[in-house]
Design a protein around this ligand. Sequence first.
Ligand code: TRP
Length: 449
Amino acid sequence: MNDKFSKIGFILAVAGSAVGLGNAWKFPTLVGTNGGSAFILLYLLLTLLVSFVIFLAEIVIGRLSESDPVRAFEKLAPSYKGAWKYAGFFMISALLIYAFYSVVMGWILKYVVSSALYLPKSIDESGAAFNALLGSDFLSAAICFTIASAFCFFIVSKGVKSGIERLNVWMMPALFILLVLMLIYAASFDGFGRSAKFLLVPDFSKLNKDSVLSALGLAFFTLSLGVTTIMTYAASLPARTNILTSSINIVCINVLIGVMMGLIVFTFIFEFGGDPKAQGPGLVFVSLVVLFSKLGAIGNILAFLFFTSLLFAAITSAISMLEPAIYYLVNSRKLSRKCASLLVFAVTYVLGICCILGYYGGTSEYFSLGGKSFFDVLDYLTSNILMPLSGIIVAIFVGFAIKKRAVEILLRPYMGRMGFKLWYFVLLRFVAPAAIVVIALNQLKILNF
Ligand code: TRP
């Protein structure tokens, strides 16, 4: 059996997993362009109806089995154990996400250092610098990636309590403090008022069917669902934890940090005339650095703080992607934690280098598939196919396969009889799987709603 988290350690570790790059470069832009807090309300509603439902189902699997994902499905399935256990292998998706996530961590690390020293003065210069890192500076990209990835493995190799928990209990508060400092500074600009208006004042007329689909996709992605991470962390849940209030805390921390990140980013976008529709890597690595440069030396400090907070958010997510596979190797395959970590490191390292080579000028054509770079292939495969598929399987497993009695004994004390019935019979069995099918078909462009 794995060692256990403390109560606060569990909340911070899961929140650390949830809070990641999505909060910085997806959440703020989607909120801003879809009617501010009207979108936040929609996002919370869909979180409640879909993501939170699957989230609790993953917690149930982890808590009841106290095992790694493969063993968990095998242990809890009343019949067809041999077949169900394959559902645990969705932990491989977490490693695929890790491969490209760790490459981005390398970029962030590079920017922590370089933006403290120098910030580009124009979008052209900034775009050229970012493209150079990807397209021609293989050595920098590879070195930074190696350092970031090695650090994550060092942490997970130390185990749940003295590695993962110990890191999260200081890194998450540190992330929060960095954001508060930046927020206080941002509040001294005129752009702050416009940023707050953009993000917080509801405008229901901007909500449309695309907002619903984006909110659903986002709600699923930011809670780190569909890759067995949550069930693995829940296997180390301390006894007598109130599952419901802990989960609600986690969702609140996630939204709060997304809003804080958004307020900071959009203050500078409005203050210096950036593009409020920008998102993803272009937003942070190209636009923001130019906006920061307009502040002179303070801009360098701000950029350093901003990229450090992004690095913290990414690291706490990245280690949660590694734990399922490592725990499986330790628990079911009886490897030592060091050996398991090294093995997983080797596999993800090769995949990460392939991602870097997929962008590198000389090799990009060999590391691409159907016009997409290796990096984008992994992203597409995990977000659009593997994660939704695993979400549906988890819902079916907990909703129909495992004994209802065991699930009820676990959750009813926290949810009450009616709450449990609503969650189990309506949301878990029908609403959540149907909603996931709709997002997945839409993302794959099989159906265009
Ligand atoms: N939630 C993370 C973010 O917002 C990203 C993420 C998606 C993730 N799936 C995951 C993290 C699985 C850990 C495990 O950036």
